[in-house]
Design a protein around this ligand. Sequence first.
Ligand code: GA4
Length: 329
Amino acid sequence: MVVSCFLDLASNLSWQYQSQIPLVDLSKPDSRHIIVKACEEFGFFKVVNHGVPLESISELESEALSFFSLPMSEKEKVGPADPFGYGSKGIGPNGDVGSVEYLLLKTDHSFNFHKLPQTTEKFPSAVKDYVWAVRKMACEILELMADGLKIQQRNALSKLLMDKQSDSVFRLNHYPPCTELEEASGHGGEGSRIGFGEHTDPQIISVLRSNNTSGLQISTRDGTWISVPPDHTSFFINVGDSLQVMTNGRFRSVKHRVLANSSRPRVSMIYFGGPPLSEKIIPLPSLLAKGKEESLYKEFTWFEYKRSAYSSRLSDNRLELFKRVAASS
Ligand code: GA4
């Protein structure tokens, strides 16, 4: 049943239907309804006809690959990631590890690229152009969501990403290929090599793009993991924990992970759209059914949620701590 609403759209793209991933064509007038349905059922969907220039994407991919192919001693000049900068294997401050190296940046361009060698001089502008274009698309999607949810103020969500104080983050991940040795010893088999462990994203919305290497999986409502076929020309959208709260649980933040078993390197770039630190993360008033419905969550600011998230382990259910205990009747 869940999948049937996506059948029409995807019927001429049979693998997309088989992969069960909702597909949103931003050029179609009905996209807002499909976005809402996808966010309710999966917290995840794929976007085509997104308007982000392909040159901007490939420019950044090639800059990212040049960065990751630098000697470790050069990359470490912009590390460790605490939380921003270059990181390898260690994820977050609480002992999580993965088969991944990455660069974590704030989107306000405060990152010091000057510590990198000359060969990467185009890197800062490639990041800037890409983040600008992807944020624009994320805002368009958030406005379609607001329309689909019949929220009068179309920019109720998108204005948080457009705010000068928006606490958004950009991440480049490189999953090195599985070596022949690992494959021969069986350590390269499905499920055996975790690139990035299961987690939900704390922010409002995440926009992911990867090269054509597989690895990303999402968890469905019943806990089944499904593989997301890669598509380097499209984007994948994740509902984050904050959007789950702002829709009072109507949208679900999606649990996802990356397996790094491929014989080819995987490169992904993710924009995490977050609100200003002082923003109260509460359900949008018009979604609380004319005052009849109560918030499922305690009131908190993005600063408070982020502080709590950064003291958790990657796979923790971070929203659990912020759920309201229902008053017993
Ligand atoms: C998940 C989403 C983003 O990648 C990220 C991650 C952050 C990190 O890598 O430093 C966190 C993780 C993410 C959630 C819980 C904490 C913080 C690692 C971790 C164990 C940059 C983010 O904002 O939250």
